[in-house]
Design a protein around this ligand. Structure first.
Ligand code: NAD
Length: 362
């Protein structure tokens, strides 16, 4: 019997609804198909739960529990509404990414034919976003913040691009492309940010020489924002710095048709965190209509990462079953949530995916 310890933080607003839905899918997978694996889920407090019980959106005790786990499932956080001075910092997710050195934020986009503006085939691409440096003031400094005000009227932000950070994210992109269409596109603004994005692009060119059988090209970020909208089917794996990746992946989610379809994994060498791309959606919290697909697929990505790390084909199969069951449900348009144009709810999607697991158990 193999035991995998997974920390689970439900997050805020729709977080508990979609994380509980994900747990239902994972528990039924384990009960029905994986009786030689034990998934040991342990709840940790992050977000409003932590603020209310321990005065921090990321209590130390929660971080210790995460450290004792193989991975983390994190619900979306209502970061925009946390009290000023919260010791969890401006973003607990950012702090977790920094603490565990989760340098790769992997954000796949699959359209499943939902967005009728893209009738010519499925959009299927992955954005690989550098996650620990760039413009993100909460994680790009050893001490202090990358954002500061020398005077009352001047605000400044420091952007960090390092050779090491560029190398590891670009290698990760080629690794992901190896099991896909073997095409990697680097996105940058090296025509203006000649030194910082110049370094990123130079490293991309050096590493792409190691992968000569792959197609490797690059695009300036503004041209990419335009082309992604018009020709998303052209792309396979896109690798870029932190903020460009953050923005382009939301654009890609729009192309797919809903933020509720956009999963993500934050991974490092020793730890990974599953977290949907979207926020805590307070406008629909408590209505039972939140789409749980992005969170469920993010959990599938975590099990794929764990399967590769521990060389455990049962976890890889589990991840594949989650992907396939979800795909079948979406393609048949069965009881989908309103964001996908359906009349269903969180529960109907969850039950639908669980029912499809038997069909995809090959
Ligand atoms: P949001 O992503 O929460 O919502 C944007 C829109 O998409 C809303 O109309 C919402 O209803 C819809 N939506 C999002 N997820 C959905 C789902 N699963 N199913 C159906 N519809 C969904 O962005 P926002 O409104 O700008 O932010 C709300 C809060 O989330 C803010 O406090 C923000 O700071 C925070 N936030 C957190 C994260 C994170 O934890 N990773 C990411 C982004 C925003």
């Amino acid at each position: 019997m193999s035991i995998y310890r997974i920390a689970v933080a439900e997050g805020d607003s729709i977080g508990p609804e979609i994380v509980r839905a994900s747990m239902e899918v994972l528990n039924s997978l384990q009960d029905a198909f994986l009786n030689d694996i034990k998934l040991d889920f342990k709840e940790v407090e992050v977000g409003w739960k932590g603020i209310k019980s321990q005065g921090s959106s990321l209590p130390d005790e929660s971080v210790k529990r995460m450290e004792a786990s193989d991975g983390l499932i994190l619900g979306p956080l209502d970061v925009g509404r946390y009290p000023a001075g919260d010791p969890g910092g401006p973003s607990p997710s950012g702090k977790i990414r920094k603490h565990f050195d989760l340098f790769a934020n992997i954000r796949p986009t699959v359209s499943y034919g939902i967005n009728k503006n893209y009738p010519n085939g499925e959009v299927n691409l992955v954005i690989v976003r550098e996650n620990t440096e760039g413009f993100y003031a909460d994680r790009n400094m050893f001490m202090g913040s990358g954002e500061f005000m020398p005077t009352n009227d001047v605000a400044m932000a420091v952007r960090v691009v390092t050779r090491k950070g560029s190398q590891r994210i670009i290698r990760e992109a080629f690794k992901i492309a190896a099991s896909r269409m073997q095409h990697v596109t680097a996105v940058h603004k090296a025509n203006v940010l000649k030194i910082s994005d110049g370094l990123f692009l130079q490293v991309f060119k050096e590493i792409s020489e190691e992968f000569h059988s792959f197609k490797a090209d690059d695009k300036i970020v503004d041209a990419m924002a335009f082309d992604l909208l018009l020709n998303p089917q052209k792309y396979d794996v896109i690798v870029t710095t932190n903020m460009f990746g953050d923005i382009l992946s939301d654009e890609a989610a729009g192309i797919a048709g809903s933020l509720g379809l956009a999963p993500s994994l934050n991974s490092g060498d020793n730890f990974a965190m599953a977290q949907a791309v979207h926020g805590s959606a307070p406008d629909i919290a408590g209505k039972g209509i939140a789409n749980p697909i992005a969170e469920i697929l993010s959990c599938g990505m975590l099990f794929q990462w764990l399967g590769n790390r521990h060389n455990d084909s049962r976890l890889l199969k589990m991840s594949h079953m989650i992907d396939e069951a979800t795909r079948k449900l979406i393609i048949k348009r069965e009881n989908l949530t309103p964001d996908l144009g359906g009349k269903g709810n969180t529960e109907s999607i969850t039950k639908g995916i669980i029912n499809k697991l038997t069909e995809v158990n090959k």
